[in-house]
Design a protein around this ligand. Structure first.
Ligand code: TNX
Length: 482
């Protein structure tokens, strides 16, 4: 890269002002000064292995090096600016999150060998100029279904580390479904030990201990990623129903389920024990989750009558509020009475909003956009993709990228942001996760972060290609055609 406007940063920054003829070259005597201990340590940890430089963290402005400065608040709390001159790179933001995003941009301006785990040749040059950047949407999410197939904390941490490089700031964990319950709950221990012992295809499944989950939340927070836990109700509950007979309408526990059908299970809406169960589970999940949201699912409750569904949701949503959290639900919660601040997650088509979405809009819900024909990471890229589903269509990288979130909903709708879900009925290994996620998740990241006027497919495609060597260094087994 010779001048700053030739950058390949994803998501594309809001403003880029090159200064031709100026460049910064990181030398062995460089130091890092940071007002944010976490951002400074993160930057040093990322730069030391590939450069082999000591990069000490210092208190005074370094003669040569990188400065991360907490400056006055920008117009947007996550806004940052990045200045590159001959001796210094200076990143400023009003928040630690903004500094972290500035650091990600800087790392993407360096050669792709910066992603290698061992010392590389350099030179470590950044073209001169200035970037000013801020997100379009506050909620930029990915979802991982750890219920259909279980993935341990190491895999999830890696997923988080990688997505945080693209300024994604939410990981929604689909923690319960028919095939498995994945989080230990003290008051209901059989959820994990019995409900967690299965998955699609009959493998052993698994679950997170409370300590493992808390560790994951902390790891994500260090990368400015908020965990949104989902306990899907009242349908998608066979795992819980198989662990506790009393939650079933007939009092009989069904066997574990290892298939891929949906819509056959329901908590018993008439029994008081159901609401004690939900209150205690939500209470424990809320206590382990510092983030503001709890997702209560609510999709495909085809074994619950519409009346029972509303009765259930009218009782359950206030339990989330009482636990100090904001409700998120799949957009089928639209017709049920609204709790303050509620977010409805729309997973219908980008072309044809439905009645449940209209009900959510009429109640003033904020909308999280996950149109299934655009951002469902479990859809095949094309007919040749060996894994994945196709009920919402094939989604190649361009289809995932080339739409405007503002155009799906009527003017005035409150869009919280965009989230790309990865359902795992057909996803069995970390390499499967990689192939479906990359490069579509970076496409969604740019959709959620960058101004619409800066997004242009041919340009994005070229920038994306420049990330392939980075993914290779990280061991990401990406899908190579786009
Ligand atoms: C629909 S999207 C579901 C999930 C499936 C997914 C497969 C949604 C809220 N429900 O239960 O895993 O399709 O693509």
């Amino acid at each position: 890269m010779t001048t700053l406007d030739a950058h390949a940063v994803v998501p594309v920054p809001a403003e880029v002002h090159p200064e031709p003829g100026v460049s910064f070259q990181l030398r062995p005597d460089a130091a890092i000064r940071s007002d944010s201990a976490s951002a400074g340590a993160y930057l040093a940890e990322r730069l030391r292995p590939p450069t082999g430089y000591p990069l000490p963290l210092v208190d005074a402005p370094p003669a040569h090096g990188i400065e991360l400065l907490r400056a006055g608040a920008g117009v947007h709390p996550e806004e940052y600016s990045l200045w590159v001159d001959a001796e210094r790179v200076t990143i400023r933001s009003g928040t630690d999150a903004g500094l972290f995003y500035g650091v990600q941009t800087l790392l993407q301006l360096l050669p792709s060998t910066v992603e290698a785990g061992t010392v590389q040749a350099g030179p470590w040059t950044v073209p001169g100029g200035r970037i000013v950047d801020r997100p379009r949407y506050a909620y930029r999410g990915a979802m991982l279904d750890v219920s259909r197939h279980f993935f341990g904390v190491e895999v999830v941490r890696r997923f988080v580390d990688r997505l945080s490089r693209y300024k994604i700031n939410v990981l929604h964990l689909h923690l319960s479904d028919d095939q498995g319950w994945r989080l230990a709950v003290d008051a209901w221990p059989r959820l994990a030990t019995v409900g967690g012992a299965s998955q699609v295809g009959g493998g052993g499944g698994g679950h997170y201990s409370r300590e493992e989950y808390a560790g994951l939340v902390e790891y994500a927070a260090a990368r400015h990623v908020t965990i949104v836990p989902e306990i899907d109700m009242p349908g998608h509950t066979n795992a819980a129903l198989s662990a506790y007979p009393e939650l079933n309408a007939d009092g009989i526990a069904p066997p574990p389920y290892t298939g891929v059908d949906v819509g056959f299970s329901s908590l018993s809406v008439d029994k008081e024990v159901t609401y004690r169960f939900v209150r205690e589970v939500i209470g424990e999940v809320a206590a382990l989750t510092p983030g503001p949201y709890i997702h209560i699912g609510g999709d495909e409750a085809q074994s619950t009558t519409p009346e029972d569904y509303r009765t259930f949701m009218d009782r359950v949503q206030p339990l989330v509020t009482a636990a100090g959290k904001t409700v998120i639900g799949w957009h089928q919660i639209g017709p049920a009475a609204r709790e303050p601040g509620r977010i409805a997650q729309y997973w219908g088509s980008s072309e044809s909003p439905d009645d449940d979405l209209r009900a959510a809009l009429a109640q003033g819900d904020r909308i999280l956009l996950s149109p299934s024909n655009r951002v469902y990471l479990d859809m095949k890229y094309d007919a040749a993709t060996p894994i994945g589903l196709d009920w919402a269509g094939h989604i190649d990288v361009r289809t995932a990228y080339d739409w405007d979130p503002a155009e799906i909903l009527p003017a005035g709708a409150d869009v919280a942001g965009v989230e790309a879900p990865l359902w795992t009925e057909t996803v069995e290994t970390p390499a499967d996760i990689d192939r479906l996620t990359y490069p579509r998740l970076p496409a969604v990241a740019e959709l959620a972060w960058s101004p619409q006027r800066s997004r242009y497919w041919p340009d994005f495609r070229a920038r994306l290609a420049a990330h392939e060597p980075r993914w290779a260094h990280l061991g990401i087994e990406f899908h190579p055609e786009y």
